[in-house]
Design a protein around this ligand. Structure first.
Ligand code: CUA
Length: 345
């Protein structure tokens, strides 16, 4: 009893705190869609609680009042059936409750599906892949992977497709989930109220590394976003790296089939994540702390980190020294003066 209660409260505390990770809770909304969802969560929870309390009161009353009393012989109480008034009441009350839930739910559903301003706004093409996300800023020659930069206080319209199986785009603090399908395009808009780094999860079982298909929304002020766009547009993919090891890493990157899948700068190539601003990422492969050691481990043995990923076996075996040089190069890719730390303020 005590232990179960502890587990329950423990899990509840975890859910409320967003599993210990900041900005990963639907209960602490920082965006339009999440706020709408929370309103509905509270409304339905209150109604459910109301129903639960009434039912429990009736249940306990019946248990106490009609229990077998001491010394009482077995007997069958008077059987009653058919009571128009009672039946009407327990039919009408649920109908009323369902209407109270349905009206705001349907209203919010249509509200969140509104695309009337889409053509005048920032549109981002989102592609879900096993096990990473690609973002293509429509009308701008900008692509990123894993980190979706957006300006605060504006609706950003997402046009979403998958390159393989069904995924689901979910950034709990910003918005509800949206399925990302291989066949048909789904659309949604997101709006972040405050600057910040918001954690996203794939919410549809999509293979062995489904649980590791994390990504981020990085919301910055509109001015910082414009700066970021400028910086990203001015990337020179050919720019020579600084320092001997990084230059050797750049050469290795170009010779070792890396570029067959990974683009630097704007490119139609998106077999693997675009690495234009890799040096500004806050995590390696979306899940590991961002440091050189982890990057080397990832390059040398991605299969042990994200089982089933498509990088495994696609390039020649690299020595640790070679992987280290490539890491030196990739960690230098910092084209923008706007960093995720700016959003973290
Ligand atoms: Cu993609 Cu789960």
């Amino acid at each position: 009893g005590k232990f179960r209660a502890l587990t329950l409260f423990g899990s509840l505390a975890l859910i409320l705190s967003g599993c210990g990770q900041e900005n990963l809770s639907a209960l602490i909304p920082k965006g339009y869609g999440a706020e709408k969802s929370l309103d509905l969560i509270i409304l339905t929870a209150v109604i459910m609680l109301f129903v639960l309390i009434i039912v429990m009161i009736l249940y306990v009353t019946v248990l106490v009042r009609f229990r077998k009393k001491k010394g009482q012989k077995d007997f069958i109480p008077k059987q009653v059936e058919g009571n128009k008034t009672l039946e009407t009441i327990w039919t009408v009350i649920p109908i009323v409750l369902l209407i109270i839930i349905a009206v705001p739910t349907v209203t919010a559903t249509f509200d969140l599906a509104d695309q009337s301003e889409a053509s005048k706004s920032l549109n981002v093409e989102v592609t879900g892949n096993q096990y990473w996300w690609h973002f293509n800023y429509e009308g701008e020659e900008i692509q990123t992977s894993q980190d979706l930069y957006i300006p605060t206080g504006e609706r950003v319209y997402l046009n979403m497709k998958s390159s393989d199986v069904i995924h689901s785009f979910w950034v709990p603090a910003i918005s509800g989930k949206m399925d990302v399908n291989p066949e048909n395009e789904n659309t949604m808009f997101i709006e972040a109220y405050e600057e910040g780094v918001y954690y996203g999860k794939c919410a549809e079982l999509c293979g062995p590394s489904h649980a590791l298909m994390d990504f981020k929304i990085i919301a910055v002020s509109p001015e910082e976003f414009d700066q970021w766009v400028e910086d990203m547009k001015n990337v020179d993919p050919e720019a020579v790296a600084e320092g001997e090891t990084a230059q050797q890493g750049q050469a290795l990157f170009q010779e070792s089939n890396c570029m067959g899948c990974h683009a630097i700068g704007s490119s139609p190539v998106q077999v693997g994540p675009n690495l234009t601003n890799f040096g500004e990422r806050t995590q390696v492969a979306g899940i590991l702390d961002y440091n050189k050691e982890n990057l080397i481990s990832w390059i040398m043995d991605p299969e042990s980190i994200k089982p089933g990923n498509k990088m495994t076996g696609k390039y020649p075996d690299l020595s640790e020294e070679e992987a280290s040089k490539i890491a030196d190069y990739l960690m230098q890719l910092k084209p923008s003066s706007i960093t995720p730390e700016d959003a973290g303020k």
